[in-house]
Write a protein that binds this ligand. Structure first.
Ligand code: SF4
Ligand code: SF4
Length: 313
């Protein structure tokens, strides 16, 4: 182990084992906090803010008539009682400290999204399943949020994993510094790269940022690391990119990158509850993807990219 890499720390909000998505084989997914985009359909709202965050599951709370342990535990007076007897978090005061409030809660009503962890600590968890990776050609996937936003930590994780002969993957939205993409590239065994919309203005309206840097980073990864398998993905979002014109333009952009495969992902509404835990409203409301849209758009992609299009079973 390189001492410097092993000690490097980052904010991680989940480590999910035995995943068969997000890369080949059986994988451990390490979710890093922070993202430069704010996609309206994000199913991991707890990933967006780079700092640890306090979340409140009101359904589990004993109510402040019966319990005030969290109020007493908070050193910043960030917690008060609302008129309904439920807790209110003043997020301008809450600094996501070591969360003594969550520790004090007897009902597990307060949750902590995000914790500082070292490379050594994360890889100790990842290595527990090394036997599964060997048998299935799996490994570790960095996800988020945008994992490459914590650039030094992410690269240290990838580098150290490869030193330990663990295959690596990253799931990226591409909105990061190009130098981070170049630093991560040599330590990657696989990449999942989201391309959400070909029109920069539409992209910015729904994600908060234009798409030029994302496309630039895609060209860097595909062009400068020609042996790296890349799966480009487009989540198909109602009212955003669920039309033939958008998918045709993305598939045409991908066509010259001959080793890149492509997948369309159906919109889903997972993550709604987590918005409520963070005192936020899910921006997409109740919309759903109309029946038949996904197969129609897959046919558009197939016409341009042929067998490079992956159709999930
Ligand atoms: S995380 Fe820290 S600052 Fe925030 S409410 Fe809990 S104890 Fe108070
Ligand atoms: S400590 Fe937990 S159960 Fe008690 S009031 Fe606070 S959030 Fe509710």
């Amino acid at each position: 182990m390189c001492q410097e890499d092993g000690k490097r720390q980052g904010v991680v909000f989940n480590i999910q084992k035995y995943s068969v998505h997000d890369g080949p084989g059986i994988r451990t997914i390490v979710f890093l906090k922070g993202c430069a985009l704010a996609c309206r359909w994000c199913s991991n709202p707890e990933s967006q803010n780079a700092r640890p965050e306090l979340a409140y599951n009101a359904g589990r709370c004993l109510t402040l008539e019966k319990c005030t342990r969290c109020l007493a535990a908070c050193p910043r007076e960030a917690l008060t009682c609302g008129e309904d007897g439920k807790l209110r978090i003043d997020r301008s005061r809450c600094e996501g400290c070591d969360m003594p409030c969550a520790e004090a809660c007897p009902a597990q009503s307060l949750l902590v999204y995000g914790k500082k962890r070292s490379v050594e600590d994360v890889l100790a968890a990842v290595e527990q399943d090394a036997a599964f990776y060997t048998r299935s050609s799996g490994g570790m996937t960095l996800s988020g949020g945008e994992p490459l936003l914590q650039g030094e930590f992410a690269v240290a994780l990838l580098r150290e994993a490869r030193r330990r002969r663990i295959k690596t993957a990253v799931e990226t939205c591409g909105m990061v510094a190009p130098e981070t993409v170049r630093a991560a590239g040599p330590w990657l065994s696989y990449a999942l790269f989201d391309i959400k919309h070909p029109d920069s203005a539409v992209h910015e309206a729904q994600t908060g940022r234009p798409n030029a840097r994302i496309l630039e980073n895609f060209r860097i990864l595909a062009g400068e690391f020609p042996d790296l398998p890349i799966l480009a993905r487009t989540p198909v979002i109602p009212g955003f990119n669920d039309n033939e014109e958008a998918i045709r333009a993305i598939a045409s952009f991908l066509r010259p990158f001959e080793r890149v495969t492509y997948e369309l992902l159906p919109y889903h509404r997972l993550g709604t509850q987590k918005y409520h835990f963070l005192d936020r409203q899910p921006p997409m409301g109740d919309v759903t993807l109309a029946e038949g849209v996904l197969p129609r758009l897959q046919r558009v992609a197939l016409d341009i990219l042929g067998e490079r299009v992956q159709i999930p079973r």
